[in-house]
Design a protein around this ligand. Structure first.
Ligand SMILES: NC(=O)c1ccc[n+]([C@@H]2O[C@H](COP(=O)([O-])OP(=O)(O)OC[C@H]3O[C@@H](n4cnc5c(N)ncnc54)[C@H](OP(=O)(O)O)[C@@H]3O)[C@@H](O)[C@H]2O)c1
Length: 382
C-alpha cells in the first residue's frame, strides 16, 4: 500500500534531521557486540513539528540480530507510524530471512518518508531495500551522517564485502613507548579509568583476539568485568600456530563459561587439539603464510562464523603483523604518563608506526585523557 503525504510537511531542518540520525546511531550502538552476525542498527519513527522532531517510537536490533531495529521502532510507534518519517542508520533489508523484510513492514505500517545514512552493501540488499520503498511511493533520502554510520557499521560492511570482521586494535605503552619491560613478562600499564574504558570497549566487540605470546606472558581472562556488563563478554580468540596454549591457563579453565576459539595452523599436532577440545575449547585450522598462520585466513574463518567486530588486544607482534597485512581498521594507542625508564619491548612495531603516521591511510581523531592515560584513536580512511 502506498501513502501519499506532502513531502515538505515531513521534512525538518538539516540540524533536526541530523539530530534524529544521531539518536538512531546512539540506539544502534546499544547492540554492538550482541547482534552478530547481523549489524547493530538503530531506527526512529518521528514527525517534524514547529517545536522540533516528535519521536513516536524507536528501537535497535536485539541480541542475535532479531527483531530488527525497524520492526522494534514500528511496534513502539503503533498506529502513529502511519504517515510519519522513519530514520534508520542502514538501508532496510529487502530479503526474506528468519523474518519478513523490513522494507515490507515499513510499507505496511504506512511510513511516508524514510531517511537512511548508507546503503547496505550486503549483496542480498545492496539498494533493493531503498528500491522497494520507492516503488511503494515512499520518499527515500540516503546519506545523512554517512561517515558516522559507515564507522558504526564497519564490522558488518567488512564482513559482507571482504568476508572478514572489522579489526579494532588496542595497544598500551609507557611514556617512552614500551609494551613490556622484557619479552614474555607482563607490565601493568593502564590506570583504573583507562582499564574501565577498555572493558567497556570489549563489550562492544563480538570477539577479543590475542596472540599466544600474550597468553603465555599474562595468562589473561579477556572478559568484560564491569558491573552490569558481565554477560557482555565476547568470544575469546587466540592465534596459536603450534597449539602451545597451556591447559591450565585462565582462558582454558573458563572456556565452558565464555567461549574460547584457538586458531592454529593446519599442521599443528592433533593430540594438542584433542586435549583443548576436551576442555571445551574450539580449534579452527587455517593455512600458514611463512612461519605463522595466515592472518587473512584467520579473520576469514571468524567472518564465516558470523563475527563482525574483533578487538585485537594482543602484543606488539600481532599488532605489527595485522598492520603489515593491511588488516587494521581502527587503532587505539594508550600512552601512560610514566616512562619505563630503561630499554623494553617497543609497543608499536615499524609497520604499525608507518601505517598510523600515513594520513592518506589513517585519520587521527582528537585524543582523550583518562587520568594518567592518553587515548589516541586512529580510523582508517577507506
Ligand atoms: N601493552 C599492551 O597493550 C600489551 C597487550 C598484550 C600483551 N602485551 C605484552 O606483550 C608481550 C607479548 O608480546 P607478543 O608480541 O609475543 O604477544 P602477541 O602478539 O599477543 O603474540 C604473538 C604470538 O602470536 C602468534 N601468532 C599467530 N599467528 C600470528 C601472526 N600471523 N602474526 C603474528 N603473530 C602470530 C605467534 O606465535 P606462534 O607463531 O606460535 O603462533 C606470536 O609469537 C607480553 O610481555 C605481554 O605482557 C602488551
Amino acid at each position: 500500500m502506498s501513502v501519499a503525504a506532502p513531502a515538505a510537511a515531513l521534512r525538518a531542518s538539516a540540524r533536526d534531521e541530523a539530530a534524529v540520525m544521531d539518536h538512531a546511531l546512539a540506539l544502534g550502538r546499544r547492540g554492538l557486540g550482541l547482534t552478530w552476525p547481523n549489524p547493530a542498527v538503530g531506527a526512529v519513527v518521528w514527525r517534524p513539528t514547529p517545536q522540533g522532531p516528535l519521536i513516536l517510537g524507536h528501537g535497535h536490533t536485539r541480541p542475535t540480530g532479531r527483531p530488527h531495529a525497524e520492526t522494534e521502532a514500528l511496534k513502539a510507534a503503533g498506529e502513529a507510524a502511519r504517515g510519519a518519517v522513519m530514520t534508520v542508520t542502514l538501508e532496510p533489508c529487502s530479503h526474506h530471512g528468519r523474518t519478513p523484510p523490513c522494507a515490507e513492514a515499513i510499507i505496511a505500517a504506512g511510513i511516508a518518508r524514510v531517511v537512511t545514512a548508507i546503503e547496505d552493501p550486503d549483496p542480498r540488499v545492496a539498494g533493493r531495500g531503498h528500491a522497494m520503498l520507492r516503488a511503494a511511493g515512499i520518499e527515500v533520502e540516503v546519506g545523512i551522517r554517512a561517515r558516522l554510520a559507515f564507522l558504526a557499521h564497519l564490522g558488518h560492511i567488512r564482513r559482507v564485502t571482504e568476508g572478514r570482521p572489522g579489526v579494532f586494535l588496542k595497544l598500551a605503552r609507557t611514556a617512552d613507548g614500551f609494551a613490556a619491560a622484557e619479552p614474555g613478562r607482563q607490565l601493568m600499564i593502564t590506570g583504573p579509568i583507562g582499564s574501565a574504558r577498555v572493558h567497556m570497549e570489549r563489550a562492544a566487540a563480538d570477539a577479543i583476539m590475542v596472540g599466544i605470546g600474550t597468553v603465555l606472558a599474562d595468562d589473561p581472562r579477556l572478559t568484560c568485568r564491569l558491573p552490569g556488563l558481565a554477560d557482555a563478554s565476547p568470544i575469546r580468540v587466540v592465534l596459536d600456530g603450534d597449539l602451545r596454549m597451556p591447559l591450565d591457563s585462565g582462558l582454558v579453565r573458563t572456556a565452558r563459561d565464555v567461549p574460547v576459539w584457538v586458531v592454529a595452523a593446519e599442521d599443528a599436532e592433533l593430540s594438542r587439539e584433542a586435549a583443548l577440545r576436551a576442555h571445551a575449547v574450539d580449534v579452527i585450522r587455517v593455512p600458514r603464510k611463512g612461519e605463522r598462520i595466515d592472518l587473512g585466513c584467520a579473520l576469514g574463518a571468524l567472518g564465516e562464523r558470523g563475527i563482525t567486530r574483533v578487538m585485537s588486544e594482543g602484543g606488539p607482534t600481532l599488532g605489527d603483523a595485522l598492520a603489515a597485512d593491511g588488516l587494521v581498521d581502527e587503532a587505539t594507542l594508550i600512552t601512560h604518563e610514566t616512562p619505563l625508564g630503561r630499554p623494553g619491548v617497543p609497543a608499536v612495531g615499524p609497520n604499525l608506526a608507518a601505517a598510523l603516521a600515513d594520513r592518506a591511510l589513517f585519520e587521527a581523531l582528537p585524543a582523550a585523557v583518562h587520568g594518567p592515560d592518553r587515548f589516541e584513536h586512529f580510523v582508517r580512511t577507506a
